[in-house]
Design a protein around this ligand. Structure first.
Ligand SMILES: C=Cc1c2[nH]c(c1C)Cc1[nH]c(c(CCC(=O)O)c1C)Cc1[nH]c(c(C)c1CCC(=O)O)Cc1[nH]c(c(C)c1C=C)C2
Length: 362
């Protein structure tokens, strides 16, 4: 259980053998190691000790990247903490001394009605009626009214140069454009860009992805004793799931309990092989709910989705790959902007910010 209020920071909560506030103190005596990047796990282990790395950071990275904290990059996931350690030799002292450089709220965004509402109502998460897909649908509808053309279900097969322009090749046409913003996942853009720059293709292709299995389970009635967002399982546990989201705690939907069991990620192939059956995945999910949440009745509905290569992994060296890719685009004078969730953040909010930055940079 991670602390969710100040009191729990000062008390001992299993699996931690001491209060987190005590672990935080090791930051004052831990030696600085000069480096340009390292794994988030090793960084936190160095500064706050093995327990914090194992029981806080490890599950947290499973709950965002479905990834292995021993591979993921501290400069990509927690750049500021790494920066202040490198400069001041301690994270806590550094954050205190470097307060003036902390990221400030965007003054324009702070005035937005939505941001004000989110702050007032203390939103921790957000969703949309009809699901996140409705965000894209509404956006498409609005832009179509403004005369924007869409090509749906039209994979890009290649990108060529034509003078200072780019030519986007699909199975139906060749579109010559003055500028392009690519929101394709880096591993999809990689083969498409190869004829223009094998080096850019190689860099983009070096960003790994993981596959996640998502099992949604619906049960009748309210079955959860402790309302929460969900729980995460540390990779050290002999357990096949990454974590479980308590959907109907965050977004109630009448007299039912909906759970989302997330499995695999970095460990997908080791745990489930190349081609697991739906039944075997459903069994793992139902057993997890039975063992951990003590819900033994059968779900009335379920949905199993295997999301192949769905989350990019920002492994050690990721920021260098991104920097070198963008530098290459600039050096080659390609009228191309790299956006989407492969580079600067994997979340929906990150993708929206990435799109905004891309448009503003044109
Ligand atoms: C158990 C596995 C997973 C859970 N969610 C995801 C996985 C792999 C995927 C995921 N979670 C987050 C993101 C990015 C943000 C977004 O747009 O949704 C992704 C791709 C968000 C997130 N989830 C947790 C945290 C702490 C965050 C970061 C929030 C933020 O940026 O402000 C924790 C968490 N994830 C899951 C559970 C059950 C859980 C905590 C109990 C499920």
């Amino acid at each position: 259980m991670l602390p969710n209020n100040l009191k729990t920071v000062f008390t001992k909560n299993p699996p931690f053998s001491k209060p987190l506030a005590i672990s935080a103190l090791s930051d004052f005596s831990a030696k600085k190691v000069i480096n340009t990047d390292e794994s988030l796990f090793s960084f936190v282990n160095r500064r706050f000790g093995l327990e914090v790395a194992k029981y806080a950071i490890d599950p947290l990275t499973r709950g965002v990247f479905a990834g292995n904290a021993r591979d993921l990059s501290v400069t990509s996931l927690a750049r500021r903490m790494h920066d202040v350690e490198q400069q001041y030799g301690s994270i806590l002292i550094g954050l205190l001394k470097d307060r003036k450089n902390a990221e400030k709220a965007d003054p324009v965004l702070s005035k937005s009605k939505l941001v004000k509402q989110a702050k007032k109502e203390k939103w921790a998460v957000w969703s949309l009626k009809g699901g996140l897909e409705s965000f894209v649908e509404v956006l498409e509808e609005k832009l179509m009214q403004e005369g924007v053309e869409f090509r749906r279900n039209t994979p890009v097969l290649g990108i060529k140069r034509s003078g200072s322009n780019l030519v986007i090749q699909t199975d139906k046409e060749e579109l010559e454009v003055e500028k392009a913003i690519s929101c394709l996942p880096s591993n999809t853009l990689s083969p498409v860009i190869r004829s223009i720059s094998p080096e850019l293709s190689r860099l983009l292709g070096s960003i790994p992805y993981v596959t996640v299995c998502v099992v949604n389970l619906e049960y009748p009635g309210h079955l959860l004793n402790e309302p929460a967002f969900g729980y995460l399982v540390p990779s050290s546990q002999p357990n096949k799931v990454l974590g479980v989201i308590f959907d109907t705690c965050t977004f109630p939907q009448g007299d039912k309990t909906i759970l989302t069991v997330m499995m695999g990620g970095y460990w997908f192939k080791t745990l489930f092989g190349d081609n697991p059956s739906d039944e075997s995945l459903l069994d793992v999910a139902i057993n997890e709910v039975k063992e951990t949440l003590k819900i033994s009745i059968k779900p009335v509905r379920h949905k199993i989705s295997i999301l192949t290569d769905c989350i990019p992994q920002y492994v050690v060296g990721h920021s260098e790959i991104v920097f070198n890719s963008r530098k290459l685009v600039k050096d080659l004078k390609l009228p191309l902007t790299l956006a989407g969730n492969s580079y600067d953040g994997v979340g929906v909010n990150d993708a929206i910010m990435s799109a905004k930055r891309a448009v503003l940079s044109l």
